[in-house]
Write a protein that binds this ligand. Structure first.
Ligand code: FE2
Length: 195
């Protein structure tokens, strides 16, 4: 069973309240991972799922207000990711029938969606906030320069996409096609895996 990382300063988004909320989410993730190893009643899992669901809604709203307050450049895309997580979570809760089903789904929600989201995407808010503090020129950010490799059917062709487009394709399932071969662009995560 995968062990969740403990919350660390490096995950900070540059706001004390949001950081505290993330710490609570990490604790909820830890709690749900432990549930998988013991016998549990359906009502217990449902309770935890509902707690998590309520907490996430409040947290997402607060985080969105924070992003707005610092003029985070990927606010729209990030908000769309939040919306999708909540929507997927609603579907899961409705679909689950057995206790084991519920337990597994709970684990999936906290590990795949929540932690991946906090570790990968919320951290970028922190990086942006840092760059605001460090640079006088507020237009210039680290994130704007980051690029993601996508491939199509064209031989040796790599499409370099920015973070905003990367979110749309990988997390919001919006398709983008290569103008040359007309095939959908696919994220080339080989680089991430081998690094
Ligand atoms: Fe977020």
């Amino acid at each position: 069973m995968e062990v969740f990382p403990a919350w660390d300063e490096k995950f900070s988004v540059g706001n004390v309240d949001i950081d505290l909320q993330h710490q609570t989410l990490f604790a909820l993730a830890e709690k749900s991972a432990k549930l998988l190893n013991r016998h549990i009643y359906k009502t217990e899992v449902k309770e935890l799922l509902c707690d998590l669901f309520d907490y996430m809604q409040v947290h997402f709203k607060d985080e969105e207000e924070y992003m707005e307050s610092i003029n985070y450049p990927y606010l729209v895309e990030h908000k769309a990711m939040h919306k999708k997580i909540i929507k997927d979570m609603c579907c899961l809760i409705v679909d689950c029938s057995t206790t084991n089903d519920l337990k597994e789904k709970l684990y999936e929600i906290v590990s795949v969606w929540l932690l991946e989201h906090v570790l990968e995407h919320d951290m970028k808010i922190g990086i942006f906030k840092n760059s605001l503090e460090q640079k006088e020129n507020k237009e210039e950010t680290i994130e704007k320069d980051e690029q993601y490799d996508y491939v199509c059917d064209c031989k040796d062709m790599i499409h370099k996409l920015d973070y905003g487009l990367h979110i749309k394709i990988k997390y919001l399932n919006i398709a983008y096609k290569c103008k040359k071969c007309s095939k959908e662009l696919v994220f080339n995560d080989l680089k991430e895996k081998t690094e």
